[in-house]
Design a protein around this ligand. Sequence first.
Ligand SMILES: O=P(O)(O)OC[C@@H](O)[C@@H](O)c1c[nH]c2ccccc12
Length: 259
Amino acid sequence: MLLDEIVAATRSAVSERKRRVPLDLLISEIEKRPPPKDFAAAIAGGGVKIIAEVKKASPSKGVIKADFDPVVIAREYARGGAAAISVLTEEKYFHGSPAYLSDIAEYLDDTRPPLLRKDFITDEYQVYEARACGADAVLLIVAVLTAPELTSLLELARRLGMAALVEAHDEAEVKAAVRSGANIIGINNRDLKTFRVDLATTGRLRRLIPAGRLTVSESGITCSDDIKYLQNLDIDAALVGEALVTAPDIGHKLRELLG
Ligand SMILES: O=P(O)(O)OC[C@@H](O)[C@@H](O)c1c[nH]c2ccccc12
């Protein structure tokens, strides 16, 4: 299964990076960073907020943006009114890089939206690395974690002052996310096992998330009708990658989604 393959590749990339950059070094880099921005506050409030994703490629489509520059794209997202910016850092299947995070943190001014590290996180090292690169939040995918792993990664993110977006795709995963105490829960409309995308996944699973938690709908969101559908479900934010990255005018597309 592809998801297992991606996680295995990620684990070996992480053990390689651990050898090159020991944890002490990451911790000293973290100490030099300004404190994290409040990701939860950024996506809360009225209307469907947009978490805009810096995404170069995907396993199902290959490269989606030929002249890809993460900083240029992130700047357009910030200018266009994105509530937060998601940065895909997985290298082998999504052509991402942790350097995209640190570049965006360095080159955008301090009024930029909070940054989410989007990766297949199974190791505490990746959470430290996210913060060292300037991330304000991390993605945690229920499908690749045991309950105790999810709990300890959530706890570490919290200790580092970061938020966590906990991603689920089916009923059992949403229940596990709720049980973990996560206050930001993402429903991924894409099945990471088959790559099929169906916005109705959010419609089906939303009621399992109790009031008081923030909810995010992820993947396959392309137009303002999709946003209206999510608004009616009382979703706080939509995570949008491909539709924005491939738009001829990113700012225009973002404004269209924001209504
Ligand atoms: O490009 P899309 O269909 O708008 O999807 C963005 C985002 O939801 C997707 O990239 C994603 C959702 N969950 C993930 C987990 C890992 C990698 C990628 C993802």
